[in-house]
Design a protein around this ligand. Sequence first.
Ligand code: ADP
Ligand code: NI
Length: 222
Amino acid sequence: MTDADLVARTAAFVEEKFADEGSGHDWAHIRRVWQVARALAAAEGADAQVTELAALLHDIADWKFHHGDDEAGPRAARAWLSSQGADDTLIARVEEIIREVSFKGAGVATPVSSPEGACVQDADRLDAIGAIGVARAFAYGGHKGRALHDPSLPVVQHGSFAEYKTNSGPTINHFYEKLLHLRERLHTDAARRVAEQRHAFMEQFLEQFLQEWEGRDLQNIG
Ligand code: ADP
Ligand code: NI
């Protein structure tokens, strides 16, 4: 099988698997991460096949939907790739990227071990910010039955993955606990350039949201 065949078959497999997903981890998210990771890999001179396979498989069995099991993703990726006859070196590189991709709390470093891992992590994080990031955060919060906002619940800067995983705060807190940190934690220059405007948009969104929440824009009613 050629490299292109394996990528195409993986894309078809993931698209089918995610057809009914409504939590913001849908095929459209995966496709964007795939396309952005591919573009970052070209800019960075990273290996295209490894980057594309890892991007396509990065959420295949996310810990958020597998009782906090952070080995479920690498395991599912391995099972798929070995069913396709991929060699072990390739599988191990993809597994490592998936193991490293997730955000694990504001106080937890998430280093990557390869240029391909940098491209996939950056692509996933670019999709968590900006207008799409805002939409995905509320889609995920709705899926989990979270409040939009509750000013009585403090923002927590999680110092361990265990704490981050069990957090159930309102969605607005998630911006301060994760999304506003992402711009500073990107690896590639190209992703940093894209993040500038997306980050500024989120700040503007939060300012407007809090203005409406607190009724500060109601002076003109009477
Ligand atoms: P990661 O693996 O880094 O968490 P994903 O691709 O799995 O990234 O995407 C997670 C998505 O779910 C993001 O858009 C993120 O904002 C959203 N999300 C995760 N946790 C929460 C939360 N507690 N509240 C709202 N949205 C969340
Ligand atoms: Ni993702």
